[in-house]
Write a protein that binds this ligand. Structure first.
Ligand SMILES: *Cc1c(COP(=O)(O)O)cnc(C)c1O
Length: 381
């Protein structure tokens, strides 16, 4: 859904030029490996269709989604692309894969059975990927299950395995010993299938550029400008910018309490700008300045008016939140103006941190009341 920007309380601007520039940067980091794009969860909230269209035009050939319905949207937008589906394979869904050309990623023995029996019915070898678990204990075949599958000639005749993949649990920490251990287990698994393309890296491992690329990287968050690695400066360009419209600016006195729960008591006479975005829009209540449990330990989310940083005031409500504009001269800001909740000045990861979470959750949770705009702005976003 895309609300009319004259009527909407918030507007979300997605810079496709920044997205493409991030993809090129990640492809360069991956060296000779292919750089696939992860576009699950509506391309991390940025919109599957415009994101896939822009990346396919830039040369991206392979996409990953979580669910088959997301995959159908990818195939509709970029019919000649390859699209792998991460979240398993159910028998009732399998025919849709066949008819649309989606590639299932088989990560359990029952999933292999589903694809195998369909292949026997069609009398062909059906294309797929195999997912092995190298230590995350989420989805994927154990090394033993993979060994059994590979040893089953009748089965392997019916599988056209295009990719063997695994997933790292700790790739956001540079050089984490668990990642190095998982890489060794994956190499062992790879030796069972000598001529098959390999993929292990998400954005974090892609950016670590430390022998994780194999034949294909699968980057998600870094494409969209989020932090993939802890404790380093984020090299990616900002892709998403969220702005909110001021409904009214009100005066309140030192000692007054503000908002639900009277959670914040003003320390000075203040002017507070209330904007038309709240937790119903995915601007999470946990990012409030006061009156939520985690606020004892972390600072609240800020906003910006131009380059002036605005402090959040009180609790974030369902459809509204307030920011302190006391230091901006009265004739310079008024109802109807837009302030930035994240984008060029306020980093999405800082807002996510304020809410006790990560930019992945913040982006994928953005609501559907925003007016969405797609732009192509080169240079600094
Ligand atoms: C989501 C996901 C990715 C992408 O991860 P990012 O950290 O966003 O780059 C890659 N592989 C798998 C299996 C995933 O589930």
């Amino acid at each position: 859904m895309s609300a009319n920007s004259d009527l909407a309380g918030g507007r979300l601007t997605i810079n496709l030029a920044a997205l493409v520039s991030n993809w090129r940067y990640l492809a360069k980091q991956a060296g000779s490996a292919e750089c696939a794009a992860v576009v699950k969860a509506n391309a991390y909230g940025c919109g599957i269709e415009p994101v896939v269209e822009a990346l396919a035009a830039a040369g991206c050939k392979t996409f990953f989604v979580a669910l088959p319905e997301e995959g159908l949207r990818v195939k509709k937008t970029a019919p000649s692309s390859r699209c792998f589906v991460l979240n398993g394979l159910f028998e009732d869904a399998a025919p849709y894969y066949l008819s649309s050309g989606l590639l299932p990623i088989l990560g359990s023995v029952p999933e292999i059975d589903v694809w195998h029996s369909l292949a026997r019915k069609t009398g062909t070898a059906l294309p797929c990927a195999l997912h092995m678990d190298s230590g995350m204990n989420r989805l994927g075949l154990t090394l033993q299950e993979l060994e059994n599958a590979v040893g089953d000639q009748q089965l392997m005749q019916h599988l056209d395995v295009q990719l063997l993949m695994t997933h790292y649990a700790c790739a956001d920490d540079i050089g984490h010993p668990k990642t190095l251990m998982q890489r060794e287990v994956f190499k062992q698994a790879a030796s069972l299938l000598p001529d098959i393309a390999l993929s292990a890296a998400n954005s974090g491992a892609n950016l670590q550029n430390d022998g994780h690329a194999f034949d294909m990287v699968r980057s998600g968050i870094a494409l969209y400008g989020g932090e993939a690695l802890n404790n380093i400066a984020n090299p990616m360009r900002q892709v998403a910018k969220l702005e909110a419209r001021i409904v009214q600016i009100r005066n309140a006195n030192a000692g007054d309490s503000v908002g639900y729960g009277g959670a914040e008591t003003l320390k000075r006479d203040s002017r507070i700008a209330y904007v038309s975005v709240g937790y119903a829009d995915g601007y999470q209540r946990g990012a409030s300045n006061m009156g939520v449990p985690m606020r004892a330990i972390a600072p609240a989310a800020n906003a910006a008016y131009g380059t002036t940083i605005l402090k959040g005031v009180g609790r974030i409500s369902m459809d509204l939140c307030g920011f302190d504009v006391t230091d901006i001269p009265e004739d310079e800001i008024s109802a109807g103006d837009w302030i930035e909740l994240f984008g060029d000045v306020i980093h999405i990861d800082d807002v996510a941190r304020a809410a006790g979470t990560i930019s992945y959750e913040f982006l994928t949770g953005l609501g559907n009341r925003y007016a969405r705009r797609y732009v192509n702005i080169d240079g600094q976003s």
